[in-house]
Write a new protein. Structure first.
Length: 164
């Protein structure tokens, strides 16, 4: 059996290491499925997903000059694209933009910007003046800086440390 890149074949797990699994393809040919090619999700321990003797379908990724065969279980799985993947852009209704599409996250960013602007308002709904905003910021900043200095001086011995 000749091994061609891009073909899907069935093999049997012949060995498992911490970095992947060896798959016996038949005809005295063995390939390696790297742990990152086992599943779409994160695989912490390959033993949770595969065991020696399991029959798996793999896709041949590459064949090296030295005969090493790189395999992928993840890419061999038939995956149908979801509706979200098929239509990554949404056209906003009532938006007269001559057919141009916007990313969904732009709308979320605008929502965050509006909520930030709303937090600068008083309970009466009147906007705070610049001087009171600046005074509040300076006070809060000074409090944080004092707390930070107090906590780090004792740990690093900076500026002579604490002398209580």
């Amino acid at each position: 059996m000749s091994v061609e890149v891009g073909t899907k074949v069935t093999g049997k797990i012949s060995g498992i290491t911490n970095f992947g699994a060896f798959v016996d393809l038949g005809d005295k040919q063995t390939g390696l499925v790297h742990i990152s090619e086992v599943s779409d999700g994160f695989v912490k321990d390959i033993h949770d997903v595969l065991a020696v003797g399991d029959e798996v379908q793999v896709k041949i990724l590459s064949v090296g000059d030295d005969g090493k065969i790189a395999l992928s279980i993840r890419k061999a799985m038939a995956k149908k694209p979801s509706a979200k993947e098929q239509q990554p852009y949404k056209k906003h209704e009532g938006d007269n933009n001559n057919g141009r599409f916007h990313h969904e996250h732009n709308r979320n960013r605008d929502d965050k910007r509006h909520s930030f602007n709303n937090s600068k308002r008083n309970n009466d709904g009147k906007k705070k003046d610049f001087d009171s905003l600046l005074a509040g910021f300076l006070k809060e900043s000074e409090d944080r800086l004092t707390s930070l200095k107090r906590n780090t001086e004792g740990k690093r011995g900076g500026r002579g440390g604490r002398r209580s």
